[in-house]
Each structure stands twice: as C-alpha cells, then as structure tokens.
Design a protein. Sequence first.
Length: 107
Amino acid sequence: MNTRGTIDRPLTHDPKKQAPMKPSTSEPAGSVTPDFSTSDANDSRQNRTRQMQLAPEALARAHMHERLREADVDRQAMRLVIARRMQRRAERASLRARRALAMAVMQ
C-alpha cells in the first residue's frame, strides 16, 4: 500500500526525514510563519555545546589571569618594601659616617 503519511501517522518519526510543512492555500499569504530549517537549530545547539565545553577553559583562563595580576601586585609591593628598607639602612649608614667625621674633626 503506497499511502503517504498523515500528521497523525507520519511515515517516519524522525523530524529530519519528514517533509517540511507547506502553508495552506486557504490562509492569507502573510499569516504563516516561514519554514523553519533544522540546520540552524543544529548549528545553535552545536555552538551551545561547544560554548559549554569551553566555559571551564575560559573560567580557568580568567582565574589564571587574576592570579598572575595578584602575583605582579605582590611583587611590586615586595620591591617597595625592600627599597624602603634599603633606604633606611643607607640613611643610618650616612648618619654614622657623619658622626664619625664629626668625632674625627672634634678631636
């Protein structure tokens, strides 16, 4: 029996193998939405899956970038602390040298 499938009993249940729905002639031309292509849906689904797979990677990259920035800030702070410590040490040495010179001149 070569009967074509109906809406209630399609020939196949796979939406990709079914014929696309055509607008009926009894409806006005502008009232029917255009045909929906499944390739767009598959592309967006594929894209969403790819984005979801890459989300942990992007999160890890952002986390690593933040850690590197924090490490750089810490290094700058440590350099500043060391520079101030060396400056105080140099000032104390300069004061000792002045005192020694003053003592030598006074004797």
